[in-house]
Design a protein around this ligand. Structure first.
Ligand SMILES: [Zn+2]
Length: 138
């Protein structure tokens, strides 16, 4: 399974992650599910209401509004992104719990150091297991 994003979209996510360092940032990915491809059309920054270096929670009102707006333009919530300051882009215990609330949605994690993005990884909870997605920049 591929997660397709524009280079500008990836840049926006990287910038958001670096701006929030050393706290976690989070946001939404709107787009379309195709066969074996998740195509991201829009990146929506959200505020991490926890303001934490090890956890995130998106402002629920923003999430609600973004999903409503996406539906109007024929898009869906296809993914959620967040950053991992100073740790690798792995699925944490908290992440895997949260993924259960959003099955079938891509989970993009950006690992950041002080002034750079270290790595990006994407996952999805599918049939009870965690599958790694291939990130494709277009
Ligand atoms: Zn995480």
């Amino acid at each position: 399974m591929e997660l397709k994003l524009s280079r500008d979209g990836l840049k926006a996510i990287d910038g958001h992650a670096l701006k929030n360092f050393p706290r976690e940032c989070c946001g939404l990915l709107l787009g379309k599910f195709e066969k074996n491809v998740i195509e991201v059309k829009e990146v929506v920054e959200a505020e991490n209401v926890l303001g934490s270096p090890v956890a995130f929670e998106a402002d629920p009102e923003l999430v609600f509004k973004a999903i409503k707006r996406a539906e109007k333009s024929g898009l869906e919530l296809v993914g959620i992104y967040h950053s991992h300051p100073n740790i690798a882009a792995y699925v944490s215990a908290r992440d895997s719990e949260m993924m259960k609330l959003w099955p079938g949605v891509a989970w993009l994690i950006v690992s950041t150091a002080k002034e750079r993005v270290v790595e990006r990884k994407a996952y999805m909870l599918k049939d009870g297991g965690i599958e790694e997605l291939e990130i494709v920049a277009t």
